[in-house]
Design a protein around this ligand. Structure first.
Ligand code: BV8
Length: 244
């Protein structure tokens, strides 16, 4: 793929970019997600039906964050963030904090973050470390039992959609990394990018559901292929310093 005249890049990541850090992906071979069916832990209905189960699911994943570290894919994307002279938006479907811990700044968590809470009493959102549980008190209004994980569940509107759409319309290169292409609207971003004239690249362990939409697909581990790709695209920026 010729990246000589690329100015604006959008990168989309999914669970596959964090797999080599030891975090489970969603659609693993057993079809369970940390031992749960997605519909039992990842919808507002599931939360109303069994808040204790949903809290325990997210409390366990939040606790695991302290035991894992960014891998070479996260570090390469942070290097791109620091050195790419043009426009860049890293949109992640992941709710872990590995991209920011690696140093990425131009970052948007479209499905929310494990390290944040949301009070259904006063509407405030805030940082959250440690277990939440059903009786957590809101740091803003003090109400107990109204705090939920600040996570976008199925049927809920993802965050930042306007900003994402603007970036997709402006980008010359769209790169999807470590996602199965099973969840919308993220799975539809490649179509928007193509329609707006961008080149499209997929980096994944196996062809995703949307593979045929990409100009190029590179099959392999993100930890190996992402640093290679970042080297390539930064090399092109240095060898053809068009004003980006
Ligand atoms: C919404 C919460 C609209 C966070 C998640 C058409 C258009 C719009 C919506 C829909 C539509 N059709 C259906 C819908 C509804 C629904 C949907 O998409 N359903 C699917 C099942 C068909 N979408 C929604 O509900 C979304 N909301 O559209 O709102 C709206 C409009 C008006 C009013 C109200 C609402 C909300 C979707 C978000 C749901 N939340 N999670 C959390 O708990 O973590 S989804 C969940 O799946 C995660 O966020 C995850 O990120 C996401 C996608 O999964 P992946 O990241 O791709 O992970 P997966 O395991 O599937 O794949 C990993 C890949 O990595 C694999 O391909 C594997 O091969 C690869 N891999 C593994 N290891 C490596 C690797 N690759 C490289 N290297 C490795 N080492």
């Amino acid at each position: 793929m010729n990246t000589e005249d690329v100015r604006n890049i959008v990168v989309l990541t999914g669970a596959g970019v964090s797999a080599e850090s030891g975090l489970a992906t969603f659609r693993g071979p057993d079809g369970l997600w940390e031992g749960h069916r997605v519909e039992d832990v990842c919808t507002p209905h599931a939360f109303r039906r069994d808040p204790a189960l949903v809290h325990s699911f997210y409390d366990a994943r939040r606790a695991k964050l302290g035991t894992v570290a960014p891998n070479t894919a996260h570090e390469a994307l942070a290097r791109l963030d620091a050195e790419w002279p043009g426009g860049l938006l890293l949109v992640t479907q992941n709710v872990d904090d590995l991209h920011e811990r690696a140093g990425s700044r131009r970052l948007l968590h479209m499905h929310g973050e494990l390290t944040r809470g949301w009070c259904l009493g006063c509407g405030q959102r805030f940082g959250w470390a440690g277990p939440m549980g059903e009786d957590a008190s809101c740091p803003s209004c003090g109400k107990a039992g109204r705090v939920r994980p600040d996570i976008v569940w199925f049927g809920e509107m993802p965050y930042g959609m306007e900003k994402i759409d603007e970036a997709l319309q402006r980008c010359d290169l769209f790169v999807s990394i470590g996602t199965s292409g099973a969840v919308y609207p993220a799975a539809g971003f490649v179509q928007t990018a193509r329609y707006c004239g961008a080149s499209t690249l997929e980096i994944n362990l196996e062809p995703s559901l949307g593979s045929t939409m990409f100009n190029e697909t590179r099959i392999g581990r993100a930890g190996e292929l992402v640093p290679e790709w970042v080297d390539e695209v930064l090399q092109s920026a240095h060898s053809s310093p068009i004003s980006r």
